[in-house]
Design a protein around this ligand. Sequence first.
Ligand code: NAI
Ligand code: MG
Length: 327
Amino acid sequence: MTHQIAVIEGDGIGQEVIPAAIEVLESLDLDLEFVDGEAGDAVKADTGEALPQETYDLAADADATLFGAAGETAADVILPLRDAVDSFVNIRPAKAYPGVDAVRPETDLVFLRENTEGVYSGHEDDLSDDLSTLTRVVTTSASEKLAAFACDYVEDSDDHDGFSVVHKANVMRKTDGRFRDGVVGVADERGVETDEVLMDAFATHVCLDPEQFDVVVCPNLAGDVLSDLAAGLVGGLGLLPSANIGDDNALFEPVHGTAPDIAGEGIANPTATILSAAMLLDHLGYSEESQRVETAVESVLAEGPRTGDLGGNADTDEMTAAIVDRL
Ligand code: NAI
Ligand code: MG
């Protein structure tokens, strides 16, 4: 059966790292059909819309979407795209690979970030010249849905025993209280072990001793910030993939943005996007191929050639070719 993959490069290095990931996917000779869609700053400048309806529909109808990054218009692109695929959880692994000069080489974490609400629910208002407000939305249903996913995630794998729940329910008693109660409640019912960590304390603990954590379940903003922090521990933003999972659809994207400081030079690290493509393969049932891609990436990270952000002097094409070679 042919799987249709929506491919949205977006802006900046999205236009360099997505073709790299497609090259890797094409080299596997699977029954995948790639359909291109447009989104981002350049499309907005042309048409007035950062995410044209046809791109939204393309992502909604495809079996999975691979997205690069959007610049200034990121929020107008990625939030609706996550909605197009009905995504309720953002999976963000942060793993230090051998050979990469990581601040904490022992780091091996997976963030499961709530992906629909919290402070990213879009309810912001200007109430006066002096006052703006934001409504933070937390529902029991979304918290429990995330928890059920987290329980499946740890039960389906031999590598995980339980998960940490990160929140700030001591201050945001109603919203994070509801989040905590929803998540821990489901885990308790399912007999999955959890521990709770306040999100500010987590930031310190994960820097000092990342090995005490494994799977980390977070509200939306905390997951965004803490996974970028973890990127710093494992060697930089060029390495972190992510998956936005919905009930019937999914979207895969690097954690990084358009990297305007290096865009157009052909030197972006393709690892984050190639690992996102590996997550896409796993999602579509190609788990063996997914593992092969990760192993090839791991081998190139260890032996080179590596891009400049990793201390090497390879360009995007050379690093990608080396990964394809090892497949
Ligand atoms: P960024 O992730 O684009 O860049 C941060 C730093 O990391 C830069 O120094 C960049 O060169 C480096 N970097 C990122 N990815 C890299 C890669 N693959 N290889 C080598 N170096 C890499 O974040 P920044 O600078 O905060 O945002 C730039 C633009 O990207 C903004 O317009 C922002 O709105 C957008 N953005 C979009 C996202 C999305 O579409 N999902 C996510 C984050 C930012
Ligand atoms: Mg982010």
